[in-house]
Every structure is written in structure tokens, then in C-alpha cells.
Design a protein. Structure first.
Length: 660
């Protein structure tokens, strides 16, 4: 309901003329044909009320502009009738040149930062207004904003977290994107009325929303979304301009901050038609190249207003959403060099299992240690993707050489996947943001897979990618109760070759942060998983969507060359049967679990051992054939597999055969 234009008591006598001017303007606009919109009436009411309550004299438009709730729209309405109005009394753009010690720029208009919660809420409210909604309630606005995918942080509270005060290590832990609504209302961009509260965008808010859309290069598409049967991935590689990848880094001044690094091109950039990204992992200390910049330099200029503004807690996390996306699904190929260091090759297009270590100043050299480093990835190369001298498994070719004409790629999420209070919206969010089909099924292993569904026969083939998603708290508990190793072992034995481990959340505020970082490091560098990290729910949704696009692009690119030369993908029924068989405990499984308790024996090394010697008896028999040559016995496993290092080989021998 619009407020009534009634006269209020003015706190200062000097401001009576100004207050009367605002009131008369309000009444005159109400008397016009069609009347005054409710949101504009609220804006004028707030301006009039704050002018009446002002404790300082208002002598010019400049003074009026400083009043809370008075924006440029109100100033424009009053410019012709305001006492002492003159051209030089308009809101200032900058301070006088002679003022010393003050930063030029003066009082700037508030414009929300791109991909902040305020940015997303304002644009969503603007689009809903265009679609015919005069107002929105709180939960309705939160749901619509989260579905838009415009914010890097969650808008509503995460119900999976404890209540404030229980285990909070910092104020950031309990921040939600909705906190920015106070800033939007105080700046006059959004009007709030009624109980329960109704939120309406003001004229000033509309102009600010249009400016945000213009700055971001987004079209103001408020029309209903049309879902295409086949996503267009032809331009996917062009969405990676000016990406600033970040990582959680613990600092002495606070629990965490973001370190950014501009995109680095990889070999043959002129011929690439696919994404090239530089990935920055977690670390305690690392010498960066000279082009490393802090996240503050990556962000757009923004005016921080009140202490409850969302920008206070906004990190410049990697955005995998609207304008750019990055993929990294190549697990590292490890090769032990003569120097004793483990070098890593991340390029799919190179079948070689080694890469020359870089030792120049400022460049981190990947090695088997607890220090996190930088790894460069090129996911989708025009060359043939190599792994064990063959490309990834492909679905059978039908009548066409075009993958998308024969198949539809569908993201399958496990029905036990936990997204806190947002589980019911996750499918809709991914579907609406990325125009990809998403389904929920009971998966025997992992939290997400991708299938290629035959458009004619409807046969489902499981593509060579699987993802396991872990919240940092859940990851820590799974490490504690030993579920962590068992889950990874099942993933390795499921038959899919591209294993993605998605870690959600910032580990730095936790007491077990070192344990989590070490687990992520060993999972990626030593065990061949691709570890993806996201700061929260919104980025996890974007990661699922963009991985789907990237996988679709990969199969579209290599389908014509690989369908006749690679392995054929398992059907979904074959995949579930194989995974169900893995649940049956065998003697080899027990032996593998025993081996993983031996120092320096990873899951990969344990699998290599049982591949050579399925049981403890067969391994002991092999040692007996070398009885008397202790040196040969200690090196036996190392000499038979490059996946077993000297320390692991020696420790296994001592466990099985050595005396004492």
C-alpha cells in the first residue's frame, strides 16, 4: 500500500522550505493522470521523512543529496522547484582541485560489484518487474536470485551450517548474501513495505540495474527461458577472457584471502579452439611469477558502504558462470625423474608421461612434497587426447559423424547428494543457467556422472567422467573415519578414467585445514585425480554446468576420429552392475586395504601390487624365490611397477617377509 502524502514535523526550522518543496512535488505527482506508482511513492516518502528529520541545514541540492534515501531520481524531480536551484548545485562529481589530502572523486554513486549478492538481487528484481511483478517477498526473491546464477555467493542461509556462535571462527562464516538488502534499501535502490515485507525496485534502482547489465555486457533478457535439446558449445572456448583464477591462502592478517593470477596461454595459442586455464592450488608459501596480482586488483572499483555490505566479505573467487567458464578435467600423469622429484604432465594432447621441470626464478617446480603449487592445464585440445595410448571411451557411432545428432549428454546426480536446504532447486538451477538436461538417480558410486543418451534408441552410455563432491567438513570427517581412502579406491575401480574430486568450501578457518590441504595435494598429485575447488554452493552449481558443456564439447570434437578406434562406453546398466560387484569384498580387496596402512603406500601403489600379486600368499611366494638376497627382495616391487616407489617397496617387504 502506498504511503499517504501527509505533512510531518520538521526538526530544523531552516529545512521547512525544503521539506515543503518535497511534499508539494510528491502531491503534484500523485495528482497526475494515472497517479504515482507505489514504489515511487515509497521513495518520495522516505526522502521527505529523512529531510524532516535532518539535523543539519539543507541549503543546496548538494546538501540534499547527502540525505539518506535521496538519490539522483529525487534530485532530478526537485531540480526545477528547489529553492536557490542553480546549475552549480547539482550533486558533485569530484572534490575541488585545491583540496589537499582528499582523494579526488568525492561522493560516488553506489553501483553493486559484478557478481555480488547486491548485483544479483537488483538485476533479478528489475527483471521480475519487467515480467509484471510489482513486488516480491523475501523467500521468493532469494529463490529467484539463486536461480539466476548471477551471484558468486549464496543468497539465503546455508541450513547445513551450525547456528552463529556455535563454532564460528570469523564473522564471514555466518554472512549471507541477503545481508546486502539493508544497503540496497538505504541507498534508495529498493523499497521495502508491509508485514511480511514486500520488496520493490525504485526508479533509481532500475537505472542502476540497467547500468550493471550494461557494464557486464549482459542483455536484459527477461523473457522466459527456452531450453534447447542440444546445447551450443561452438563458442565455449571464447568465454575465457581475462579470467582471474584464485585460491584460498592463509595469511597472518586474517583467516584467508584470495590470490589472483591472470590467464596464462599454453603452447600454440593461435590454433586453440578450446579453453586454456591456469589453476592455482592451495598453499602456505610459494614464489609467484611477477604477473601475479592480488584479488583486490582483479576486482572492479566499488564503493563500500555500510559494514553489512556484502562486498565486505566478497572474495574474488574464480567465476565459472555467466560470461566465462573454465574446465580442468585432466588428471596428472606422474613420472619419477632421475633427480628424485616427481614431475607432472597435465596436457591431454601429449602422450608422453614426462615434462621438463622448470627451475627458473619465480617458477614453482612440481614435486612430491607438502607444498602446493601451480599447474597449467589445457583440457580440450584439437589433437587427439591420449591416455594409455588411446582416447577416452566413446559411445558407438550411429548414422552420423556428428555426436550431438546421435546423442544427448545428460548430467546424472546421485539422489543422496546433499546441498543443504537447496537440494530441490539444484536441478532447476543447473538446467536454467546452462540449458543442459539434469536427472536424479541412485548412483552406485560417486556423486555425479555424465551419460550419452541415444536420441533414437534411448540407450544410455556412461561417459568416461565421474565426480565425487565433498564439503570441507565432510572431507575432514571421512579422513578421520577412513571412508576417504575406501571411497577413492571404489572410484578408481569403477572403470571410468577421468576422476574428479570436487572440494567445496574454504578449509582455512578450520582447525584441520592442514590435513585437508595435504589430502587434496596427495589426491591430485600422487593419485591422479583432478581436484576442483569451489568456495560454496553457487560455484558448485556452475562447475557442474560448465563441466557438462566442456565434456559435450570434447566428445563432439573427438567423436568422428575416436568412435572407431577407442573403447566403447559401458551402458548405464553395465556400469551399475560392475559397481555393485565392487561391493563384494574379495581377498584381494582386504589385502589392498592392508597394504594401504603401510607407510608410503598410496591407493595407486596398492592397486599395482594386487595387480601383480592378488593375495598375500602369492606375494610371499614371490619373496621366497629371492630368499637370501635381501636387497633384491626390497626392490622387487619397485622394479615391477613404476607406480611403487622404493620406500613403499621396502616397507611392504619388511611387513610381509622381514624377520622381527
Amino acid at each position: 500500500m502506498a504511503p499517504e502524502a501527509r505533512q510531518l514535523k520538521v526538526h530544523l526550522r531552516e529545512n521547512e522550505a525544503v521539506a515543503q518543496c518535497v511534499l508539494e512535488k510528491w502531491r503534484s505527482m500523485e495528482e497526475k493522470p494515472g497517479g504515482l506508482k507505489e514504489n515511487l511513492a515509497h521513495t518520495l516518502y522516505k526522502s521527505y521523512r529523512n529531510v524532516c528529520a535532518a539535523k543539519e541545514p539543507i541549503r543546496s541540492l548538494k546538501d540534499l543529496y547527502q540525505i539518506k534515501g535521496v538519490g539522483k531520481w529525487v534530485i532530478r524531480q526537485l531540480k526545477g522547484s528547489f529553492p536557490e536551484s542553480s546549475p552549480d548545485l547539482s550533486p558533485p562529481e569530484s572534490n575541488a582541485a585545491g583540496e589537499k589530502g582528499k582523494k579526488a572523486g568525492g561522493s560516488k554513486r553506489y553501483v553493486p560489484q559484478k557478481n555480488s549478492a547486491a548485483y544479483a538481487i537488483l538485476i533479478t528484481l528489475h527483471r521480475e518487474t519487467i515480467n509484471g511483478k510489482s513486488h516480491m517477498k523475501k523467500q521468493e526473491l532469494i529463490d529467484a536470485t539463486e536461480a539466476s546464477g548471477l551471484s558468486r555467493s549464496a543468497i539465503g542461509p546455508d541450513k547445513s551450517k551450525a547456528k552463529p556462535g556455535a563454532f564460528a571462527s570469523s564473522q564471514k562464516d555466518w554472512y549471507t548474501g541477503w545481508s546486502c538488502m539493508k544497503t540496497l534499501t538505504s541507498k534508495g535502490l529498493v523499497a521495502k513495505s508491509g508485514n511480511p515485507a514486500k520488496y520493490m525496485i525504485t526508479e533509481e534502482g532500475k537505472s542502476t540495474a540497467l547500468e550493471c547489465l550494461s557494464r557486464s555486457g549482459l542483455d536484459d533478457h527477461a523473457a522466459p527461458l527456452v531450453i534447447n535439446s542440444a546445447p551450443d558449445t561452438s563458442n565455449a572456448s571464447h568465454k575465457l577472457n581475462n579470467i582471474c583464477m584464485t585460491s584460498f591462502v592463509e595469511t597472518s592478517s586474517g583467516p584467508s584471502r584470495a590470490i589472483g593470477r591472470p590467464k596464462t596461454s599454453i603452447a600454440n595459442p593461435a590454433t586453440k579452439t578450446s579453453p586454456e586455464v591456469t589453476y592455482l592450488t592451495s598453499q602456505e608459501s610459494l614464489n609467484y611469477n611477477s604477473d601475479v596480482r592480488t584479488a583486490e586488483n582483479c576486482a572492479e572499483e566499488i564503493i563500500l558502504s555500510d559494514s553489512d555490505s556484502e562486498e565486505l566479505y566478497t572474495e574474488n573467487y574464480p567465476l565459472i558462470g555467466s560470461e566465462e567458464f573454465t574446465e580442468r578435467v585432466a588428471p596428472p600423469i606422474l613420472n619419477a625423474s632421475n633427480s628424485g622429484k616427481t614431475t607432472t604432465n597435465y596436457r591431454f594432447s601429449d602422450c608422453s608421461a614426462s615434462i621438463s621441470p622448470r627451475s627458473s626464478e619465480g617458477t614453482f617446480e612440481m614435486q612430491s612434497s607438502s607444498t602446493m603449487g601451480i599447474a597449467e592445464f589445457n583440457m580440450l585440445d584439437n589433437d587427439t587426447v591420449c591416455m594409455d595410448n588411446s582416447i577416452l571411451a566413446m559411445p558407438p557411432r550411429r548414422s552420423s559423424k556428428n555426436f550431438l545428432e546421435d546423442y544427448e549428454v545428460v548430467l546424472i546426480l546421485d539422489d543422496r547428494e546433499n546441498f543443504g536446504g537447496r537440494s530441490r532447486k539444484t536441478v532447476d538451477n543447473i538446467h536454467s543457467q546452462f540449458r543442459v538436461p539434469v536427472e536424479i538417480k541412485h548412483l552406485p558410486v560417486g556423486d555425479g556422472i555424465w551419460i550419452a543418451r541415444d536420441r533414437k534408441l534411448h540407450t544410455e552410455y556412461v561417459l568416461d567422467f565421474i565426480v565425487e563432491r565433498k564439503n570441507v567438513a565432510d572431507l575432514c570427517s571421512s579422513i578421520t573415519d577412513n571412508r576417504y581412502k575406501d571411497q577413492k579406491l571404489r572410484l578408481k575401480k569403477c572403470g571410468l578414467r577421468k576422476l574428479i574430486y570436487l572440494v567445496e568450501g574454504d578449509p582455512n578457518p578450520l582447525d584441520t585445514s592442514e590435513r585437508i590441504k595435504t589430502a587434496c595435494f596427495t589426491t591430485e598429485i600422487l593419485e591422479g585425480f583432478d581436484v576442483q575447488r569451489t568456495p560454496g554452493y553457487a560455484e558448485t552449481v556452475r562447475t557442474y554446468g560448465n563441466l557438462t558443456h566442456s565434456i559435450t564439447e570434447y566428445y563432439s570434437t573427438h567423436f568422428s576420429t575416436g568412435a572407431n578406434t577407442s573403447q566403447v562406453c559401458l551402458t548405464y546398466d553395465e556400469f551399475t552392475k560392475k559397481c555393485d560387484d565392487l561391493k563384494k569384498i574379495t581377498v584381494s580387496d582386504v589385502f589392498a586395504l592392508q597394504l594401504m596402512q603401510v607407510p608410503q603406500v598410496t591407493e595407486e601403489a596398492a592397486l599395482a601390487v594386487i595387480g601383480l600379486y592378488p593375495t598375500l600368499f602369492s606375494l610371499a611366494k614371490a619373496y621366497s624365490m629371492l630368499d637370501g638376497d635381501t636387497h633384491a627382495q626390497e626392490k622387487m616391487l619397485k622394479n615391477k611397477s613404476t607406480l611403487i616407489n622404493a620406500g613403499a617397496s621396502r616397507n611392504i617387504f619388511k611387513l610381509v617377509w622381514a624377520e622381527g
